[in-house]
Design a protein around this ligand. Structure first.
Ligand code: ZN
Length: 426
């Protein structure tokens, strides 16, 4: 790219710094909390109206009959597409518009969009409305630069990422919105820090283990069989056998933070025994105990083997422990995904980071999943990364914020990367 045309782009984006801040504030003021899926429609329409004024063809797609979709909380996605004067590749920026609950511990109004100390505060500023705003300003500036762009630019605002993406990217990917030849390269502006290119994520398996016992009077536990003690035996086996095994596994994926380069297993919850009634504990031997596990997989691991490992623990207890009975139920699973760091979108974005920030980009993978899984598995589109201005550690926290300088820099990186990709850098 010519140095003077890079300068033009930088100048255009710098001149729109206040507009970028205002756009982020506008987006944050839609309380798109999921669950239940609040304010999706007005937020999607706001994005659609803005982009249609810039010559985008805008479509709204309701993910009918997906989890949570009803007339009160319709799952509305917005996709905006702008074709250049000549045919060429399509670069797509995909952001989720849903945010997690505000929760407690805030010192500012969570949906107010306060600007302070060079930051915009609010739920979703970091994850990921700041990224969405940066991508909109990037694309609009590219259009304003007035070059004869070939190829197509797309921006989408999709829902339900925080609950698995079934009413958002998954629904759209099943219907061809994230597949060739419609789309060639995807950038997801998730918060993974302004100087890092995220090429994929670990997998996940959520499951419920239930142990069974037999009810009896609490004063004569020997007449019953305690399901909580059986669950304790499960946890003990995890401690002695499974956890050391998982900690010994190390992936080649560049996952951050580095603790997540090992296989991990979280015990999300354990519930055993009868519930209290009006504050009075039940005087019974528990006949059931349920545990939810959250197992994160490395790309080198096989989903069936991961499940088998847990089932082996349980089967061993059946063989060795009197009265041990269990049920193992799948809740949710996603396989790990990783795109090629030498692929067009990763390489181009890394080059743009080096250009804008004057230091080399870092390639990383995310410890948790995001919508790349659907684009890869369902859309069969491999050339996808996550890149955005938010600071990873700020996501889902009270007093969440995004740094304005990072948004401006990310917008420059996105604009340069998109332009290279449209010019056929792939
Ligand atoms: Zn996110």
């Amino acid at each position: 790219m010519q140095a003077d045309s890079i300068d033009t782009l930088y100048r255009l984006i710098d001149a729109r710094r206040d507009e970028l801040v205002a756009l982020t504030q506008d987006l944050v003021r839609f309380p798109t909390v999921n669950p239940p899926g609040e304010a999706y429609q007005p937020c999607a329409e706001f994005i659609g109206r803005r982009l249609s004024r810039r010559g985008f063809e805008v479509q709204f797609v309701r993910a009918v009959a997906t989890p949570g979709d009803d007339d009160r909380y319709p799952r509305i996605n917005v996709i905006a597409r702008r074709a250049g004067r000549r045919p060429g590749p399509c670069v797509h920026f995909n952001s989720h518009i849903d945010v997690v609950q505000a929760g407690s511990g805030w010192s500012v109004e969570p949906f107010g969009g306060l600007v302070k100390l060079g930051r915009v505060y609010g739920r979703g500023t970091c994850d990921m409305k700041g990224g969405l705003a940066a991508s909109i300003i990037a694309v609009e500036s590219l259009i304003d630069a007035g070059e004869h762009l070939c190829g197509t630019l797309e921006i989408s605002g999709t829902v339900d990422e925080e609950s698995g993406g079934y009413g958002g990217v998954h629904y759209l990917a099943e219907r061809g919105w994230f597949s060739a030849p419609r789309v060639d390269h995807v950038i997801i502006p998730e918060p993974l820090n302004v100087d890092r290119v995220c090429i994929g994520h670990r997998g996940v398996w959520w499951a419920e283990i239930e142990t069974f016992g037999r009810m009896a009077h609490g004063s004569m536990p020997f007449l019953g069989d305690c399901a909580v003690r059986h669950m304790h035996a499960v946890v003990e086996c995890f401690e002695k056998d499974l956890y050391p095994k998982l900690a010994a596994r190390l992936t080649d994926m560049p996952v951050v933070p580095s603790g997540a380069r090992h296989s991990t297993l979280n015990i999300n919850s354990i519930h055993g025994g009868q519930a209290e009634t009006a504050g009075y504990p039940a005087p019974c031997v528990p006949d059931s105990c349920r545990m939810i596990i959250d197992r994160r997989l490395l790309i080198e691991e096989d989903m069936d083997a991961v499940k088998g490992e847990v089932r082996d623990v349980l089967e061993r207890l059946v063989a060795e422990r009197d009265g041990f009975r269990y049920n193992l139920r799948d809740i949710f699973e996603v396989r790990p995904t990783m795109s090629d760091r030498n692929g067009p979108v990763a390489r181009t974005t890394a080059a743009a980071i080096a250009q804008v920030l004057g230091r080399p980009a870092q390639f990383i993978c995310s410890p948790g999943t995001y919508d790349q899984k659907h684009i890869d598995r369902v859309g069969k589109l491999r050339d996808c990364i996550a890149y955005g201005p938010g600071i990873l550690d700020m996501a889902h926290q009270p007093d969440e914020y995004v740094v304005i300088d990072d948004m401006v820099n990310a917008a420059k990186v996105m604009a340069l990367a998109a332009r290279s990709l449209l010019q056929g850098a792939g």
